[in-house]
Design a protein around this ligand. Structure first.
Ligand code: NAD
Ligand code: UDP
Length: 317
C-alpha cells in the first residue's frame, strides 16, 4: 500500500473493522480511535497477529490522539438510523466537531484524509440515480437531520479546509453497505432481516416495502475506500461509492427469507419519518477516477452475511 501507518477513527464499527482488517492484511500498521458507542472490540478478536494494531479509546469531537500516521480514515459516526437518532446532539457533534478535528489533525501533520460521507446528503433525492453534482433534498429539521445535515456540514468543512489550508482531504459518499461485523442489533435493514429470519421471527417491513435501496457488499466498498486513499490523482470532488443494483425493500425481504429458508412471514410497520423513497448511486465518477466498481452480487454477499450472523448469534447464546 502507499501508506505504512493508518489512523482509523471509528475503526471499531462495521465498516471500520472491515477496513482495519484489510489494512492489517496488507501490512499497514493501524491505530484505531473509537468511543465504542456503536463499535465493538469483539470485531478484532480473531486477528492473528495484533502487533500492528493499537487501539485508543476517545471521542473525535474532543480531539484526536498524538500518534504518527501517514493517512487518516474518518469513519467515526453512528450510521444506523436508530443509533444516530438515539443521541442526535451527539451525532451532530461527532459529524461537525469530529470532522473539523480530523481535518486540523491531518493538516498539522500534512497527511491525507479519507472522510466517510453518505448518500443521505442527497436526502429524498429529486433525481435518479444520484450523481455527485446533485445538491440534495434534505429536511433540515426532521429526525434524520442530525445525521444528514451533520454530514453535509462535515463536507462543507472538508472543502473549506482544502481551499483555505490546502489539506489533502477526500470524501466518499457511501451508499447502503452490508456484511460481516455488523451488530446483530444494528437496526439497519439487512441486519434486521437476516437476524429476524435466522431467529424464525417475522420480517419487519417499514411502509409498503416499495421504497428502494442499492446494497453494496463490504469487501467491495473497502476496495473503493482504499482506491480513494491511494489515488495520486487530484480528487477535489465527492465520490459516490456503492453498488448501483437497486432493489425494493420487499425484494430484499423475499431474497433473505429464501436464502435463510425461513417462513415466519412479514409484518408491515409504519414508514419512518423522512425515509427516502428511492436510492441508487451513479458511480461513473468512481469508475473514471478510481477504476473501481463493485463485483459482488446481492445474493452472494447476503450468503456471506448470513453465515457471519449465524455464528455471531450462536456465540451470543
Ligand atoms: P457503525 O456505527 O458500525 O460504526 C461507527 C463507529 O464510529 C463505531 O465504532 C462507533 O463507536 C464510532 N464512533 C461513533 N461516534 C464516535 C465519536 N464521536 N468518536 C469516536 N468514535 C465514534 O457505522 P458504519 O456503518 O461502520 O459507518 C462508518 C462510517 O461510514 C460512518 O461515518 C457512516 O456515516 C458512514 N456510512 C456508512 C454507510 C453504511 O451503509 N454502512 C453508509 C453511508 C455512510
Ligand atoms: N427498513 C425496513 N425494515 C427494517 C429496517 C429498515 O423496512 O427492519 C427500511 C427502512 O425504512 C428504509 C430501508 O429499509 O426504507 C433502509 O433502511 P436502513 O435503516 O437500513 O438505511 P437507510 O434508511 O439509512 O438507507
Amino acid at each position: 500500500m502507499k501508506f505504512e501507518h493508518a489512523l482509523v477513527a471509528g475503526g471499531g464499527g462495521f465498516l471500520g473493522a472491515n477496513l482495519v482488517k484489510t489494512l492489517l492484511r496488507r501490512g499497514v500498521a493501524v491505530t484505531v480511535f473509537d468511543n465504542w458507542s456503536t463499535g465493538r472490540e469483539v470485531n478484532f478478536s480473531n486477528i492473528n497477529d495484533s502487533r500492528a494494531l493499537t487501539v485508543i479509546t476517545g471521542d473525535v469531537s474532543e480531539g484526536l490522539p498524538e500518534v504518527d500516521a501517514d493517512i487518516v480514515f474518518n469513519m467515526a459516526c453512528p450510521a444506523s438510523p436508530p443509533f444516530y437518532q438515539a443521541d442526535p446532539l451527539g451525532t451532530i457533534r461527532t459529524c461537525v466537531m469530529g470532522t473539523l478535528n480530523v481535518l486540523d489533525w491531518a493538516h498539522k501533520r500534512d497527511v491525507r484524509v479519507v472522510h466517510a460521507s453518505t448518500s443521505e446528503v442527497y436526502g429524498d433525492p429529486l433525481q435518479h440515480p444520484q450523481r455527485e453534482d446533485q445538491w440534495g433534498n434534505v429536511n433540515p429539521i426532521g429526525p434524520r437531520a442530525c445525521y444528514d445535515e451533520g454530514k453535509r456540514a462535515a463536507e462543507a468543512a472538508l472543502f473549506d479546509h482544502r481551499r483555505i489550508h490546502g489539506t489533502d482531504a477526500r470524501t466518499m459518499r457511501i451508499f447502503n453497505t452490508y456484511g460481516p461485523h455488523m451488530r446483530p442489533d444494528d437496526g439497519r435493514v439487512v441486519s434486521n432481516f437476516i437476524v429476524q429470519a435466522l431467529k424464525g421471527e417475522t420480517i419487519t417491513i417499514y411502509g409498503d416495502g416499495k421504497q428502494t435501496r442499492s446494497f453494496c457488499y463490504a469487501d467491495d466498498l473497502i476496495a473503493g475506500i482504499l482506491a480513494l486513499g491511494e489515488s495520486e490523482k487530484q480528487i477535489d470532488r465527492p465520490v459516490n461509492l456503492g453498488n448501483p443494483d437497486e432493489f425494493t425493500i420487499e425484494e430484499l425481504a423475499h431474497t433473505v427469507t429464501e436464502l435463510v429458508g425461513s417462513n415466519a412471514g412479514y409484518t408491515y410497520l409504519d414508514m419512518p419519518v423522512d425515509d427516502p423513497v428511492r436510492r441508487q448511486p451513479d458511480i461513473s465518477l468512481a469508475k473514471e477516477l478510481l477504476d473501481w466498481e463493485p463485483v459482488v452480487p446481492l445474493r452472494n454477499g447476503l450468503k456471506e452475511t448470513i453465515a457471519y450472523f449465524k455464528s455471531a448469534i450462536a456465540s451470543q447464546t
